[in-house]
Design a protein around this ligand. Structure first.
Ligand code: NAD
Length: 321
């Protein structure tokens, strides 16, 4: 069994590796050659932690495994990130445990890859202004990955605690771009692409604040009850997602479906766009929205890359099991 510790991930796996691995597995999911299995996500009744298991099988790449972990809200006071997770990969032919991989950084990278993929396939090619709502742990990864996809000229940001936007200002400056702290009306009026990456349980962005032609990547809502945009804004958009079953139950789409504004049959798997089976954006006036719920197969895809690289570079620890 191979062990790839968390500390090795940063130099083993690049943003581009994660983008390619996630793009490939989204395509596989749409072709039904890869499946995510039912998700377990529960409050454990200890320290307000939420614990879960996400698992899946990619029959094309023969990747079988799970990601286990969750959210421990008091971790910051211990000098740890609140999200903690570990990936296990199994031999798809025998069920033997093949690898254990630290998955904290991989989670951020695969989540950023998903919204970047949505920007590549769904945003207007002439997009110039990137808006970002949220300035927590995931936000800098989101910003870095998004900036690779279009020739953005400016970043505008909003966060409920404005001081936290400083970390996004730093990333924008590293890319030679101006950053403006703005209110939500200004953000919606200026941005061609908007990423939402908060842990909000109430809509932040309203339908009237977003102009035609905008692409939204809603990445924060990964649990029942969370919400980042008004259900009417989602209902006005063409909605794409990683996994329709998750989008309608625990993704941003859950609210519009519950209110009867959107039917699950209208939600498009982004893999269908990657495969060329759906045309994606059809006009410069259309609002497109990617509901990135986060699926196991993203985790397994990037963990497989980490394992391959760890073996190739000799940093993998191998133990008899
Ligand atoms: P974090 O705790 O570091 O940051 C949370 C952010 O949300 C902060 O900017 C905070 O100011 C903001 N926020 C909190 N409550 C808010 C409210 N009521 N209104 C507006 N903003 C509010 O969390 P993080 O690690 O950056 O994760 C952000 C979100 O992304 C979480 O909901 C997390 O579960 C989710 N997430 C999704 C995926 C996925 O695949 N879709 C993967 C990882 C994390």
């Amino acid at each position: 069994m191979i062990i790839v510790p968390e500390r090795e991930i940063a130099w083993l796996v690049s943003d581009a590796d994660c983008f390619a691995a996630v793009e490939r597995v989204f395509a596989s999911m749409a072709k039904k050659s890869a499946s995510n299995l039912p998700v377990v996500r529960e409050a454990i009744g200890h320290l307000d932690a939420i614990y879960g298991v996400k698992s899946g099988i990619d029959r094309e790449g023969l990747v079988l495994g799970l990601k286990s972990g969750g959210f421990w809200p008091n971790n910051v006071s211990r000098g740890l990130t609140n999200h903690q997770s570990t990936i296990m990969l199994f031999n798809a032919d025998t069920g033997e445990c093949r690898a254990v991989v630290g998955a904290n950084l991989l989670t951020a990278l695969r989540t950023a890859a998903a919204s970047a993929i949505s920007i590549k396939y769904l945003s207007r090619p002439d997009s110039k202004v990137l808006g970002i709502i949220g300035a927590g742990h995931q936000s800098t990864f989101q910003l870095k990955a998004a900036l690779q996809q279009r020739a953005f000229e400016k970043v505008v940001g909003w966060n409920i605690v404005p001081q936290h936007l400083a970390r996004l200002e730093t990333v924008a400056a590293e890319h030679g771009l101006p950053f403006e702290r703005v209110d939500l009306d200004t953000l919606g009026a200026q941005a061609d692409v908007i990423i939402t990456i908060t842990s909000s349980f109430d809509p932040i962005l309203r339908a009237g604040q977003v102009r035609p032609g905008t692409h939204l990547a809603c990445m924060g809502t990964d649990t029942k009850g969370k919400q980042e945009v008004d259900a009417r804004l989602l209902a006005n958009a063409t909605v794409f997602t990683d996994e329709v079953a998750q989008a309608v139950t625990m993704g941003e789409t859950q609210h519009a479906v519950a209110e009867g504004l959107v039917d699950a049959s209208a939600i498009i798997a982004i893999g269908a766009v990657i495969n060329g089976d759906h045309s994606g954006r059809v006009s410069a006036e259309e609002i497109t929205l990617f509901d990135g719920t986060g699926v196991a197969l993203q985790d397994l895809a990037v963990a497989s890359v980490a394992v391959e690289r760890a073996v190739a570079t000799g940093v993998a620890t191998t133990i008899a099991f």
